[in-house]
Design a binder for this molecule. Structure first.
Ligand SMILES: Nc1nc2c(ncn2[C@@H]2O[C@H](COP(=O)(O)OP(=O)(O)O)[C@@H](O)[C@H]2O)c(=O)[nH]1
Ligand SMILES: [Mg+2]
Length: 324
């Protein structure tokens, strides 16, 4: 069993030594632990510091490409080098690396495909009240979209099984944390979570300028993943609402004009009714198109999964034969 611990880094020369010093050297049930630094276009000495501290695996971006892309490239590297489990932790020493041993256990024991470190955000002293409420709300929405019951959806301290990485595909540029949960939930992967204590803050988040920024970006990621998986729920629901709203003036006009020959049968009701019912038909049609797209995506993802297996399973057998 090979565990790759990947650390996405954008100018982390100051905190990286702390992160590397707290990495586990042995984990029960694991034969080999490899550390992988994903340098996302750092302009400081991140790479030199990592090399000096003995890191052997690097993925380098010549310019900044963002955290989601860094995660994606790190995972591909790890899979190509025979990883059975990929752990992600941050370069700002926010997460307790010494708990990685616990984080991977549910996967080793076959009880989960993905494990998330729950930061217990309600207890974090430097989180404002607003941030805590937003954290809880964001997690609630993700759970709704994923059909899961997780305490902390935004945590970046996670372990993924090789199998789950074959099946997950990162699409959004931002907030891949939320996206992976929605995907994993909808693909019926088993997600577990363990409680962790976070380390004292070393610096402000550079990913999000403030809580609003965090919220809008997360909302965007959740809505997009929701559309990906349940497009008909949205367009069908909207179509139904519009149809009901449109039927009322439509029917009232019909009764007034045709049955009781009422003089006050307002043409406006007819116009409103027709507009709303037309909008509802449009919404249903969009729903059908979106649903066909979804089916298309499922087929594409199936191909992609097979491709990954072809590509990475070969790497796995080569690493195995090299080691034996
Ligand atoms: N801010 C930022 N962080 C990046 C980027 N690419 C990789 N990272 C790494 O992503 C991790 C999380 O970033 P951080 O600023 O701590 O955001 P937080 O998760 O909100 O605390 C750190 O290890 C960064 O070095 C990027 O483009 N921007
Ligand atoms: Mg951080």
């Amino acid at each position: 069993m090979i565990v790759f611990i990947q650390v996405p880094c954008l100018n982390e020369e100051d905190t990286l030594p702390l992160v590397l010093a707290s990495m586990p050297t042995t984990i029960p049930g694991v034969d080999k632990i490899e550390i992988l630094i994903i340098d996302d276009g750092s302009t400081d000495k991140t790479i030199a510091v990592a090399k000096r501290l003995g890191v052997k695996h690097f993925v380098k971006h010549t310019r900044n490409r963002g955290l989601a892309r860094s995660f994606h490239d790190g995972v591909n590297y790890a899979l190509a080098h025979g990883a059975d489990i990929v752990v992600n932790t941050d370069g700002d020493n926010q997460y307790p690396q010494e708990r990685i041993s616990n984080l991977v256990q549910p996967i080793i024991k076959g009880k989960a495909d993905m494990v998330i470190g729950d930061r217990q955000t309600h207890q974090i002293a430097h989180f404002s009240r607003f941030k805590k409420i937003m954290q809880r709300f964001g997690t609630y929405v993700v759970n709704q979209a994923a059909g899961s019951d997780l305490p902390d959806a935004a945590s970046g301290f996670r372990a993924y099984s090789r199998e789950s990485l074959y099946r997950l595909n990162i699409i959004t540029q931002f907030s891949y944390t939320m996206e992976t949960i929605v995907q994993a939930g909808n693909k019926h992967l088993r997600i577990a979570s363990i409680a962790i204590d976070t380390n004292p803050k070393t610096r402000e988040s550079r990913l999000f300028k403030n809580s609003w920024h965090h919220m809008t970006k997360s909302a965007e990621a959740i809505i997009r993943s929701y559309f990906m998986f349940k497009p008909f729920a949205f367009f069908g629901g909207m179509g139904l609402l519009l149809f009901i709203a449109g039927s009322i003036p439509f029917v009232s006009y019909g009764i007034n004009a045709l049955i009781i020959h009422h003089r006050g049968a307002h043409l406006q009701s007819l116009i409103l009714g027709v507009t709303l019912v037309t909008a509802s038909l449009l919404s249903f049609s969009l729903g059908v198109i979106a649903d066909l797209q979804r089916i298309n995506r499922v087929l594409h993802e199936d191909t992609l999964e097979r491709l990954k297996r072809l590509q990475f399973d070969k790497a796995k057998t080569t690493t195995k034969s090299k080691r034996s």
